[in-house]
Design a protein around this ligand. Structure first.
Ligand code: NAP
Length: 281
């Protein structure tokens, strides 16, 4: 069994990006810029944003975090996004989710111009991805995709099962696998026999939010299993896959933590660099 080392792959990706940023600087005399808007003081959001800023600086991006109190008016955020949309030094804009209840997430997502939408959440980018056009792709499924490709460069004809259909994870994951000519089954809470569906997968991606939902006898021998879940339980942090059981059956599996998680931020940096490159064409 191969333990897919997300930390190592993310470090490799950051190193590649660092070299690319240096080359872009030499060519254009400027570097890609990432601006993160953080509203309120939720501890996990603060940690994510701090890690994003640290990683962005590490690869040489221009990084900025703009903080607002949780009672900030929606209009203030939308005006700031408008300003950043017009700022040539900003290649990518990310508004850290979740937002306070009085701020409309859809409005925020749709105000960021698609060209600077490093999260890949704007409907234009969602459409581009499903049409097979170039676009920003949500960071977590992009990270999963890169890990899968590393394990299995030729995915054509493979059966892939995606557990979960969120806009953040399951749906974009499905599109990425389809683009690779996988035969994809997307499952969700109303799926009749989840075990049966999972057993068909040469690749299984679990993005559900239920601790250790996917069991050892749900997995075909030699499948590649990608665990997106991050669940806090008494014994610590676990994924959506019962690691101890599944790791005995699978050909390769991502651990939690240390699998998909580290790739997410690295892919945010990648998206920022890609947005910059597209803006220079
Ligand atoms: P979400 O928006 O809550 O979506 C969960 C999906 O799972 C839904 O489509 C839901 O189906 C489906 N589901 C729920 N119960 C199910 C069941 N019993 N059987 C099959 N499907 C079921 O979650 P998310 O945002 O995609 O996040 C999923 C997990 O990934 C969470 O643990 C989250 O913390 C983690 N996560 C990790 C990262 C990372 O960087 N590693 C990033 C983001 C999220 P319905 O559509 O029918 O409700």
């Amino acid at each position: 069994m191969i333990l897919i080392d997300g930390k190592k792959e993310a470090a490799n990706l950051r190193l590649e990006l660092k070299k690319e940023v240096l080359a872009l600087k030499a060519k254009y005399n400027k570097v890609p810029g990432l601006t993160v808007i953080l509203i309120g003081d939720l501890a996990p959001s603060q940690i994510y944003v701090r890690n994003k800023e640290k990683s962005a600086k590490e690869v040489g991006l221009k990084s900025e975090v703009i903080k607002y109190p949780s009672n900030v008016e929606e209009k203030t955020i939308l005006n700031k996004i408008d300003e950043l949309n017009k700022d040539d030094t900003v290649s990518g804009i990310l508004v850290q989710l979740p937002l306070p209840k009085h701020i409309d997430k859809k409005k925020v997502i749709e105000t960021i111009i698609p060209e600077k939408d490093v999260d890949g959440f704007h409907p234009v980018n969602v459409g581009n991805l499903s049409s097979g056009y170039e676009s920003s792709v949500p960071c977590t499924p992009l990270g999963c995709y890169l890990l899968i490709k590393k394990m299995e460069p030729n995915l054509s004809g493979k059966k892939a099962v995606v557990v979960g259909r969120s806009n953040l994870n399951g749906k974009p994951m499905t599109q990425l696998l389809l683009k690779e000519n996988c035969t994809v089954t997307i499952t969700h809470s109303k799926t009749k026999d989840l075990k049966e569906e999972c057993l068909k997968g040469d690749i299984v991606v679990a993005a559900v939010g239920i601790p250790e939902l996917v069991k050892g006898d749900w997995i075909k021998k030699d499948a590649i299993v990608i665990d997106v879940g991050i669940n806090k339980i008494d014994k610590g942090i676990v994924g959506d896959v019962a690691f101890d059981e599944v790791s005995k059956i699978a050909k390769a599996i991502t651990p939690v933590p240390g699998g998909v998680g580290p790739m997410t931020i690295a892919c945010l940096l990648k998206n920022t660099v890609e947005c910059f490159k597209r803006s220079q064409r």
